[in-house]
Structures are given as C-alpha cells and as structure tokens.
Design a binder for this molecule. Structure first.
Ligand SMILES: Cc1ncc(COP(=O)(O)O)c(C=O)c1O
Length: 345
C-alpha cells in the first residue's frame, strides 16, 4: 500500500471548471480571475484581493510594495519554514533575517519583538495549518501574514489573514486552497494592492519601474482554485476527524503531537509530531512501508548563518505524518501499523 504525504482530490467539478474555461477561449487572466479575487475577499472579510501567479511571487510583490523596492530592506522570516519564503525575500532584492521558533513551531516572541525594531518588514507565517499567535501583537515594522498553509484556521474566533497589514496565500496543488499553481495578496489598503498590481503586467507598466513581471493569475488556474475553495471547509473537517484519531494513536507512543497554540483552531493541514530521537531512520522505515512521512521543512533556512537552536532541534526531531482528507479506514489501519512499528509502546 502507498500512502502519499498529500493527495488533492480533483472530482468532476474541477473537470467541468477547466472544460468551461477552455471552451470560453479565454485561458489567460479574465473573468474567473476576478471572480476568484471576489471570493477570497468575501471569504476572508478583507476588502481587496489580487490574484497572483504563485504564493512566492505574492510575497515578493508585497515586500516590494511595502518597502517601495528599497534595496537591501531587512525582512524577518522564520528559519523553520519553506524555501519559498527565502527566495521571495531575495527576489525582492531584500535581506533575509532569520527568526528562531519555539517548541510548538511558532516564533520565539521575545526574539521577534527585539528583532522587529531593526526590520523593514516582519513576515509572520501560520505554520503547518496552525496559528502564529504573534499576529495579534503590534510590531515596530509592517507585518505580512502568510496563510498559505493555514487558511481557515482562527485565533480567538478571528480568521487568520485578517490581522496584519497585508496577507498572502498560495493555490499550489497540495495547499488547503490548492488548484494547480497560484497565489494572492489581500489587504484593506487599496493603494498597497494597486502598487502590487502595477508590478504584474509588463505590457501595461511604467518602463522606469524597478521591477515588473508577468505575475497575473490565469483564468484556468483561477477556476481550479475557486473549486478548491468551495470544498475547503469539508476537506478541513475530514482532516480534523482523522487528526483526532491520530491524537489517540500517538497518545500511546513516545512521540508528542505538536498542537496548535491555546485559543486558536488549526485547519489540520499537517499532522506533526516531535520524536524522542532523530527522524532520519523513522522516515526511512515509514517510507520503506510506503508511508510518505517527511520532515515538515526540507532544510532550515538559516543554514547556520544565524544561531537558531530551536529550529535545528525541530529539524532533527519533527515528523510530518500523511493526513489526507479522503483517507480510507484501510489506509488509516495501515498507517497505524507503521506508527506502532516505529514507536513500540
Ligand atoms: C508558508 C508558505 N508560504 C508561501 C509559499 C509559496 O507558495 P507557492 O508554492 O504558491 O509559491 C509556500 C509554499 O510552499 C508556503 O509553504
């Protein structure tokens, strides 16, 4: 049996949406893109949304807009996060400043507050479906909230993506709002969204602009993302039901589930446990059984440049277990066997 780490389901509604878009003859940016932007604004309750070709570009454009493309602007990002963040900062011509995490994989608050005084922008990522509680706080610099993995999660009843100056997300296939590729920027600040928009279409750009790229989201990608958003709530509920079973399973092992910060509700995008030993051999053992467990983060972003001891520790000991919305009971039982083999009680 093979249990993948992610398994987005594309049912007939996706086929219909793609077929209709092709038949319309308008595959590039158009009506579906606008419809998706409206849907996101409505869903988040944030007035303005711009659909973008990827989450990475969305972050890069938001950084450029907030810093007015200031060269070498200092942008704080978590060290325990996906590589896209690092490249978004670099592609904005900015300098990454790495922030360490805590045991629950959210940011070290004291370090974040102190470092923010020296930053041009702080990127607060809601990690792995959980909530970064620091979004409630006020910082010395503008904040970008990244909900690529955690859209649908809430903190004290308020949706993530609605706390900071600007929010970005992703429509990459395996994400909670995944279609194929794509991303978005949302904000209450129309002028900020307009600044970002001015950098997305070279054909309509001011030729003196420092940076412009083809970053519009196509109709076909928008139509697929729209379908996923329609299904996201149901999928989240299925993942949450499986996550509750995983909790019971891991209660009998030496591994500790990393749960969302108190007062918040995770979207259960990922199921991450902290193991009592290095995860390299556990991953090998599970992969050998066909269970695609993985490190939550492929490589920590600080690469030893800055001291981030908790990030190094998390990289060694944290494990992401496949959590699939459409998992079958047979698959769950097989997964259970795998977990019991790796963590005998
Ligand atoms: C937290 C986070 N932010 C941003 C991105 C970038 O999104 P995209 O893959 O659409 O470029 C990712 C993608 O892996 C991510 O995990």
């Amino acid at each position: 049996m093979l249990i993948p780490h992610s398994r987005p389901v594309f049912d007939d509604s996706f086929t219909q949406a793609a077929t209709q878009t092709i038949q319309s003859g308008q595959l590039a940016q158009g009506e579906s893109t606008t419809k998706l932007e409206q849907r996101i604004s409505q869903s988040l309750g944030v007035q303005h949304t711009l659909a973008i070709d990827s989450g990475t570009s969305a972050l890069m454009l938001a950084i450029r807009a907030l810093t007015n493309s200031k060269p070498l602007a200092r942008v704080g990002i978590p060290a325990y996060a996906c590589a896209s963040l690092l490249f978004a900062v670099k592609n904005a011509g900015a300098t990454p400043v790495f922030l360490d995490c805590t045991n629950d994989l959210t940011l070290n608050a004291e370090q974040a507050f102190n470092t923010a005084k020296t930053l041009d922008i702080l990127v607060l990522v809601h990690p792995f479906g959980m909530v970064e509680p620091l979004v409630k706080e006020t910082f010395a610099c503008p904040v970008i909230e990244d909900i690529a993995q955690s859209v649908g999660a809430t903190l004290d009843g308020q949706q993530v993506g609605t706390f900071a100056d600007v929010c970005i997300g992703s429509f990459y296939a395996t994400k909670p709002w995944g279609g194929a590729y794509g991303g978005f920027i949302s904000s209450r600040d129309l002028s900020l969204i307009e600044k970002c928009k001015a950098k997305t279409n070279p054909d309509a750009a001011d030729l003196n602009a420092t940076y412009v790229g083809h970053h519009q989201l196509s109709n076909i990608h928008a139509a697929l993302a729209f379908e996923r958003i329609n299904q996201a709530d149901d999928e989240r509920k299925h993942r949450q039901a499986w996550a509750a079973k995983y909790d019971a399973l891991f209660a009998q092992t030496s591994a500790t589930p990393i749960t969302s910060y108190t007062g918040s509700k995770s979207n259960s995008f990922r199921y991450i446990v902290r193991c009592d030993r290095d995860v390299t051999n556990i991953i090998k053992q599970l992969n050998h059984m066909g269970i695609s467990a993985a490190r939550p983060v492929q490589t920590p972003l600080h690469q030893g440049v800055t001291a981030c001891p908790a990030t190094d520790e998390a990289w060694q000991h944290c494990l992401s277990i496949p959590l699939l919305a459409d998992m079958s009971q047979t698959e769950f039982e097989y997964l259970q066997q795998g977990i019991q083999t790796c963590f005998p009680s």
